[in-house]
Ligand binder design. Structure first.
Ligand SMILES: [Zn+2]
Ligand SMILES: [Zn+2]
Ligand SMILES: [Zn+2]
Length: 527
């Protein structure tokens, strides 16, 4: 048990000053290592050490005078957060002078905790290393816990202060005794004279000290602290990134929604414009008794819907030449307004309506082509009015738009008679579209034309085989002419063509051109 050489007090619970290797060292406790090496007369309690220092005891400290001045006469400019601005000692009351000092009493009187805040560099040759610590008063400020409340600084902070120490730790009263360091996440103002640090963000002031500590334990504690800090920083970064990512997602969702609204608006505007144009075209067509074709804009909603509908009208299991639909791309659209063809067509509609009145159980025929391709067409289901495709070439397209479909121009060798052929399967229409192979070379331009037509199928006959000689609609009952004639012929998939072949696509044949009205001319190419 070390005792103070001067006053004989047990120095166990206070700071112990030891004269060792020509300098004073300061410890919380005298360790066994030092115990054997130090003479008892070189052990002082802090109170006696301080009194001795007033009596010009030789202390080889870096700034012996400043320490003395600092502890006993704090400079007036020190602020209220500084330990030296309080408890200014009245030396006449110092119990230490009577040789009856108590380490705790002197410490309280002089507020000399800072005495032990310097450890000298001589300690480096021992198993101790010099580290910087701060007093964590949050963890219970009572004396019993004081040793535990000194916490190691982070390694970064420790290195900064150690470097400053190496450069010269100026404690003279006249010096600028404060400087700033950047620790982990915070800036600190360091008061080198009073051994205080002030957190510039929170304003909290804490005591600091430089002490000898067991090397590995301290390093570990500092490393752990550093790692904890890094972990917290990382967690904060991850949280921030998550938030940014979420914000980005929200933003792109908003952008997508706006784009959609913009598109819908454009389409509705274009749709409206087309409608107005169509009305005007019909009016002019009536006046001039001539056809008018409205060129539809690429942005028009009809454009995209027709491209989509024509692709859907290609049964996906159709291979061979039908695969050309893979490269099908609409490049032009015209809406046909032709009053003279329309009048004939309307007249035929009326006729077929009347003829069907006397017939019962007329089979319903529907086209697979979606209604959207001609949304304005008010189809009459009772007379099997459907939207279908007629594949053809440019010159015939112009004739049809001007004069309508003409059964007299039909090929004589048509498999189901000499009529006008339609289909609801786009891959079939390709065969007649002029872009027969879709190569885009030589005589084959790689472009072609479809006419989307509304057709009155009326009472339709299902072909059971080829009808090559047929020139007009077949009779409903060959034995009874009074029962009238069919209005069209349907060749369904699977109808035997000859001993070996069967019909692959569905085709519709009319024998009167007035049974069809060309609604739309589709110009396409193979991409
Ligand atoms: Zn003493
Ligand atoms: Zn101060
Ligand atoms: Zn096909």
């Amino acid at each position: 048990m070390p005792t103070c050489f001067k006053c004989g007090t047990d120095a166990i619970d206070g700071e112990i000053a030891v004269w060792c290797k020509g300098t004073w060292k300061f410890f919380q406790r005298l360790t066994q290592v030092l115990e054997g090496q130090v003479e008892p007369r070189h052990i002082y309690c802090s109170g006696c050490w301080l009194v001795c220092s007033i009596n010009d005891l030789d202390r080889k400290r870096k700034h012996p005078e400043s320490v003395t001045n600092n502890q006993l006469t704090p400079p007036a400019r020190h602020g209220s957060g500084c330990g030296n601005s309080r408890g200014h000692p009245d030396s006449s009351n110092c119990t230490a002078r009577n040789g009856a000092c108590s380490a705790a009493a002197v410490r309280n009187l002089l507020n000399v905790q800072t005495l032990s805040n310097f450890a000298t560099d001589d300690c480096k040759d021992s198993e101790f290393e010099l580290v910087w610590e701060y007093l964590d008063s949050d963890r219970g400020a009572n004396a019993a816990n004081r040793n535990q409340n000194w916490q190691p600084m982070t390694k970064a902070m420790n290195d900064l202060l150690e470097k400053r120490w190496a450069d010269g730790w100026d404690q003279s009263p006249d010096s600028d005794d404060t400087f700033y360091v950047r620790g982990t996440g915070f800036d600190y103002c360091i008061d080198s004279r009073c051994m205080l640090q002030k957190n510039m963000s929170t304003g909290r002031i804490r005591q600091i000290r430089r002490v000898a500590a067991r090397a590995d334990a301290t390093r570990k504690a500092a490393e752990v602290k550093q790692l904890m800090q890094e972990k917290e920083d990382l967690i904060a970064t991850v949280a921030k990134m998550k938030q940014l990512f979420q914000e980005k997602e929200d933003l792109s969702a908003k952008v997508a929604k706006l784009e959609q609204e913009k598109k819908a608006l454009e389409a509705s505007q274009a749709g409206h414009a087309t409608q107005m144009m169509a009305q005007e075209a019909w009016r002019v067509s009536r006046q001039l008794r001539a056809k008018i074709c409205i060129q539809l804009n690429h942005r028009d909603a009809v454009f995209a819907s027709i491209q989509k509908a024509l692709l859907e009208a290609w049964p996906s299991h159709h291979i061979g030449d039908c695969l050309r639909m893979n490269r099908f791309s609409v490049i032009g659209l015209q809406q046909v307004c032709n009053t003279s063809i329309w009048k004939d067509y309307e007249y035929r509609k009326e006729q077929v309506r009347k003829e069907l009145e006397g017939r019962h159980s007329i089979p319903r025929v529907t086209s697979t082509l979606p209604r959207e391709v001609c949304s304005w067409a008010d189809l009459d289901e009772k007379i099997n009015e459907v939207l279908v495709i007629h594949g053809t070439t440019l010159d015939k397209t112009e004739q049809i738009a001007a004069f309508g479909f003409d059964e007299r121009l039909a090929r004589e060798k048509g498999l189901y008679g000499q009529g006008v052929y339609f289909t609801d399967q786009s891959c079939k229409a390709l065969q007649y579209s002029g872009a027969s192979k879709g190569k885009g070379s030589g005589k084959d331009p790689g472009e072609g034309y479809f006419i989307i037509a509304r057709v009155i199928l009326g009472h339709s006959m299902e072909a059971e085989g080829p009808l090559q000689k047929t020139k007009v609609e077949p009779p409903v009952d060959p034995g009874d002419p009074s029962k009238g004639r069919f209005h069209s012929v349907i060749a369904q998939k699977g109808v035997p063509i000859d001993a070996l072949r069967r019909q692959i696509h569905r085709e519709f044949v009319i024998f009167n051109g007035a049974h069809a009205y060309p609604e739309m001319i589709v110009h396409f190419k193979f991409s």
